[in-house]
Design a protein around this ligand. Structure first.
Ligand code: BGC
Length: 363
């Protein structure tokens, strides 16, 4: 009852603000009502996570009485730019962008800034632009560190002199996040690469050699196929640093095709990120070993809080005002904590919490 009343008051407040914006000459982005319109530009729908992020943001905004204009760019940079241009033309009041290429949107962000539209970078930082007002994301270095540390712990590297083979798989080179994940993972792995306890038989160790264009599962599979046939005919692979679940799917199928995953040849330790349904299923089935859970509902929630504070003229809550430099400014950032998930805790963290429905996993 109290909540209903609060919502009612909020709708009234937003309507009043929209009326004010219209009176000031801003067209307010009005569609069905006079409430402000929030433009949400998302990269693509091929990943379950982006669809969840978008759905959560829209439903939370609509609950508060906002209008939304959400567009998915099918992983095409020109498409993302033209979708954002259209949103601006249609009169949005706040713009949220999860960029495909964080360096490609400077001009369109300038257009937004010229029209006094606040811009929030969502999950991925928007580079080379003064017009980025806030950034909402997970602790990206920590995501990578959790992946690297999981490998260190699972191989027991701190307690043995034994050597192990590892290969590294990074995400898209034009995604700023992928570089940060790599840096985080390397902070855990580098000492063991330096000491020779971890060996990369392919010799591919720097980010540009291990990056995967478009975070593509099939690219990762093809690269793993090549590495296995060129470097692992006599050697056994013990671990694969894998930056997300999409890459892990390709890697698991490559490894299965040459006989990993049976009693004589266990799967290497394979990391991931996103807690996609297919990844949790793979963890249950003994394919992928772990994933890093980033709660998209929580990220959507803090972003909606930011939007609401901006619209209401209140202080926007941030956690970090020093780290996220986009080459033009340090962007005030809200940071959420990622959680490592494997076969031991997936039930509690992913299923019992309701993030994925138990009926979607074959246990
Ligand atoms: C996101 C990951 C996602 C990847 C591929 C990254 O920027 O942080 O959650 O798996 O992009 O879409």
């Amino acid at each position: 009852m109290k909540n209903t009343f609060k919502s009612f008051i909020k709708v009234l407040a937003i309507s009043a603000l929209a009326f004010f914006l219209v009176a000031c000459g801003d067209n307010g982005g009005a569609t069905d009502s006079d409430a402000p319109t929030i433009g949400i530009s998302m990269p693509d729908k091929s990943l379950e996570r982006w669809e969840k992020d978008g759905n959560y943001m829209v439903s939370k905004l609509e609950e508060l009485g906002y209008n939304t204009d959400i567009q998915y760019a099918q992983d095409g940079v020109p498409t993302q730019i033209s979708q954002i241009e259209n949103m601006i033309t249609n009169g949005i009041d706040v713009l949220v962008i999860a960029a495909i290429d964080g360096e490609a949107l400077t001009d369109v962000i300038n257009t937004a800034t010229n029209q006094e539209i606040p811009v929030i970078a969502y999950d991925r930082l928007l580079m080379n632009s003064d017009g980025v007002d806030y950034y909402a994301t997970f602790d990206l270095l920590e995501v990578g560190r959790l992946q690297g540390q999981y490998i260190v712990d699972s191989l027991g590297l701190e307690d043995t002199d034994e050597t192990f083979n590892i290969e590294l798989f990074g995400g898209a080179p034009d995604d700023n996040n992928a570089h940060i994940f790599f840096e985080g993972a390397m902070s855990a792995l580098q000492p063991y690469l330096d000491s020779g306890q971890l060996i990369v038989q392919s010799g591919q160790t720097n980010f540009n050699q291990v990056a995967t264009v478009g975070w593509s599962s099939s690219e990762a599979q093809a690269r793993m196929d090549n590495i296995l046939s060129s470097s692992y005919t006599t050697e056994t692979l013990d671990a694969v640093l894998t930056q997300n679940d999409a890459l892990a799917i390709g890697i698991v199928s490559s490894l299965s095709s040459v006989g990993y995953g049976d009693a004589n040849r266990p799967m290497p330790i394979i990391t991931g990120q996103d807690a996609e349904t297919a990844a949790i299923q793979s963890i249950v089935d003994g394919g992928q070993t772990m994933t890093v859970f980033k709660d998209t509902e929580a990220l959507a929630g803090v972003t909606v809080d930011m939007i609401d504070s901006i619209v209401e003229g209140e202080d926007v809550e941030v956690d970090d005002t020093e780290t996220y430099d986009n080459n033009s400014k340090v962007v005030p950032t809200r940071l959420l904590e990622p959680i490592p998930v494997d076969v031991e805790n997936y039930q509690e963290v992913i299923i019992d919490s309701g993030y994925i429905d138990a009926s979607d996993i074959n246990q």
